[in-house]
Ligand binder design. Structure first.
Ligand code: GAL
Length: 702
């Protein structure tokens, strides 16, 4: 495990932030890979999220036996049980958890313990009301729900330190406890209280060192917002006309992500010091935008995330979840990961969120996780709660513990995964293409969308989904990632970029890479300040175009002609391109700039750059673009995969493990590049591999 050094930085008022110096200085260093299967004694981690505190102790034995029967070997427990562990300030009771861990362990089931800070006890709020987060209008949340604490509250730091220290001391030598999940889904709500403001001011002071530098970087000359003292710096809170300086707002988003990291570091440092033999993770949220996971994940041993596919409107649209998996994997150098909460049934709080899906589709979703690099899966949750907000959130079992179809599914997958483990062990996802996610551009786009309907994540999906439809494996990279493994990089909407990213993309193309850039690229510097160069700014030479005019598509009335003869509807934005060295691939179809270039291709040194000046609703438009870019970068496509069927590959040396996943309710046939052997039955499969409705084939070959 990596070791970290920590220093405490105190703000102008009372708030303190703990910064991991190792996390900061290891920017460019790949973390040491953490082998999850190794960590679980050669077994694929297969588990459930279990809440023994909510069930009579007399039921635990039966639960453990049923878990073992289903192949479960790990549970996660404890993440909301703070009041049960510390019923009064400084008085701890872990006896009930000791008994649960021991009983499960007797059935061969090990424990990941959640630190319970996501749900502080009522007594803590009563005694320290300032621990509650404050919303942007200045109102503090009160006790109720969860995650309503402020990550800058010194009292909450103390309370966190006390409970995490006590837990770590108590469980550090318990061999059945193999690791820790810190808190639960860190990242919100944002807090706008005085402690947070002081912490932000201190963050700004560290970053800019002088007020002159800050005033100049943020352009505070506008509307006369120049700051004469650090203490005057506001948060992007409620203001008339709901507007704050975009440069301040972007720095606040970075600060928020850093603060979330610092809060995680506070706990990680305690756990590492007291319980160095136990691994550390955090359950993350896929494409959740408020945290830069590529930064946060330097402080944990492996990535875990919570996967709820029924949030997708159309269950056959597998790429929504696929991108989240790939982003999570990419946020820690493509290292295999774990699903801490894999959906086991329909979800709902006051109402059910999704539509019911057959148990067989939950099996396909579990395999999708494995196909994208999961070496561990815990289902949320073992049994549906009888109490509280989540009475409608189905676990594996319903409240009556009946052996339902979901339990049968979990048991089947449990057996299959253990059979597949020798094959899966040490296999990884390796992709020829990468999608660049820029947290800065994503935040800046949210701060000022430019066009109401402009959605950064939709642009990610436009390209990601097209690659996956063509059977191409995709890695997600971040601005600090290395690009050397890729032939094709797609970098949608690079609204904000710094010199390092600009240089990295030049080096990538210069050495022969193919780069796809889209509208609104090169518009702003790292301070969210608009460039004074002709657009696309720092990317103009790469793209070989100039942009002197653009058209925000408020009415969505534009169309694009090409690539090829076809006409596609265009939306969101039109960059009207003036080619310098680039060749025109498509033009706009309507209005005063009909026939003007919309898409270009440019050779720059050894590589190629596509500039796509608009967005389309048409998937075919993206299929065409992907096919052009893939051709240039010599990436083979499979154009015949049926809709609703996903092809995903893990590799181990020369061996390929091919997952063919059918998310539809009809039987399908997927044409593959060669004939493979079925990894579960050992029998050969035809090249046109049949996959029944809501089913999966796991294949292997060279
Ligand atoms: C997750 C959370 C779980 C549970 C689940 C279903 O986001 O981590 O604790 O609440 O959603 O609502």
């Amino acid at each position: 495990m990596m070791r970290f050094n920590f220093k405490v930085i105190c703000g102008l008022a009372s708030a303190c932030i703990v910064i991991s110096s190792a996390a900061r200085s290891q920017q460019a260093t790949a973390p040491k890979p953490f082998d999850l299967i190794e960590w679980n004694d050669g077994k694929f981690i297969y588990g459930a999220d279990y809440y023994p505190e909510a069930w009579p102790e007399s039921q635990w034995e039966k639960d453990a036996a049923m878990m073992r029967e289903a192949g479960i070997n790990v549970v996660r427990m404890g993440e909301f049980a703070w009041v049960k562990m510390e019923p009064q300030e400084g008085h701890f009771d872990f006896a009930w958890l000791d008994r649960a861990i021991e009983l499960l362990s007797a059935h061969g089931i090990r424990t990941v313990l959640g630190t319970p800070t996501a749900s502080p006890p009522a007594w803590l709020y009563a005694k320290y009301p300032g621990i509650a987060a404050m919303d942007a209008t200045g109102v503090r949340y009160r006790f109720g729900s969860r995650r309503n604490y402020c990550i800058h509250s010194p009292d909450f730091f103390s309370a966190t330190t006390r409970i995490v220290t006590a837990m770590a001391e108590h469980f550090k030598s318990n061999a059945a406890v193999i690791g820790w999940q810190i808190d639960n889904e860190l990242g919100n709500p944002k807090c706008y209280d005085p402690a947070s403001q002081a912490a932000f001011q201190a963050w700004c002071q560290r970053k800019y060192r002088s007020l002159d530098a800050l005033n100049s970087a943020w352009g505070t000359v506008f509307w006369g917002h120049t700051f004469e003292s650090w203490a005057e710096i506001p948060l992007p809170w409620n203001t008339p006309f709901a507007t704050s300086n975009p440069s301040l707002a972007l720095d606040f988003d970075r600060f928020w992500s850093d603060s979330t990291h610092a809060y995680l570091d506070l706990q990680a440092a305690l756990l590492r010091r007291i319980a160095p033999g136990q691994a550390i993770t955090h359950n993350e949220m896929g494409t959740f935008p408020d945290v830069d996971y590529s930064d946060l994940n330097r402080s944990i041993d492996f990535v875990a995330w919570d996967n709820y596919p029924t949030f997708q409107k159309d269950y056959a649209q597998y790429a929504g979840v696929g991108l989240a998996h790939d982003l999570m994997r990419g946020s820690k150098s493509n290292q295999n990961f774990m699903i801490m909460e894999q959906q086991a049934g329909d979800g709902g709080w006051s109402v059910f969120f999704g539509r019911q899906a057959p148990a067989s589709l939950y099996r396909v979703w579990a395999y999708q996780s494995v196909a994208h690099g999961a070496d561990g899966i815990c289902y949320f949750r073992w049994r549906t709660s009888r109490f509280g907000t989540e009475q409608y959130w189905e676990g594996i079992l319903d409240q009556d513990s009946y052996r339902n179809s979901r339990y049968a599914m979990v048991s089947q997958v449990g057996k299959e995964l253990q059979q597949l483990t020798p094959l899966l062990r040490e296999s990884t996802v390796a992709s020829p293409a990468a999608l660049l996610v820029s947290p800065d551009s994503r935040w800046a786009q949210q701060i000022q969308p430019g066009v109401e309907d402009f959605d950064y994540d939709r642009q990610l999906h436009d390209y990601y989904d097209a690659l996956r439809r063509a059977g191409v494996s995709v890695d997600v990279v971040f601005p600090t990632s290395s690009l050397s493994a890729y032939r094709l990089v797609i970098a949608p909407v690079l609204l904000v970029s710094d010199r390092a990213l600009v240089d990295k993309l030049h080096a990538f193309v210069g050495s022969g890479g193919t780069l796809v850039l889209t509208f609104r690229s090169g518009v702003k510097d790292e301070h969210n300040v608009v460039t004074d160069q002709t657009l696309p700014g720092a990317f103009a030479d790469l793209a070989g175009v100039a942009i002197h005019e653009f058209d925000p598509q408020v009415n969505e009335e534009q169309e694009v002609v090409g690539p090829g003869e076809s006409r596609f509807p265009a939306r969101t934005w039109s960059d009207i391109l003036s080619p310098r060295t680039a060749r025109v691939l498509a033009t706009f179809g309507k209005g005063y700039y009909a026939d003007k270039p919309a898409i270009t291709e440019n050779q720059w040194r050894k590589g190629w750059v596509y500039y796509v000046g608009t967005e389309s609703k048409s998937p075919l438009f993206y299929d065409r673009l992907i096919s052009l870019a893939a051709n240039r970068s010599r990436i083979a496509l499979n154009a015949h995969i049926p809709a609703g069927v996903e092809l995903a590959v893990r590799q181990k040396g020369g061996t390929k493990i091919v997952f063919v996943l059918n998310y539809t309710g009809t039987d399908q046939t997927a044409p593959l590049d060669e004939a493979y052997q079925n990894a579960l039955t050992g029998r050969p499969e035809p090249m046109d591999v049949p996959v029944p409705a809501y089913d999966v084939k796991v294949l292997t070959g060279q």
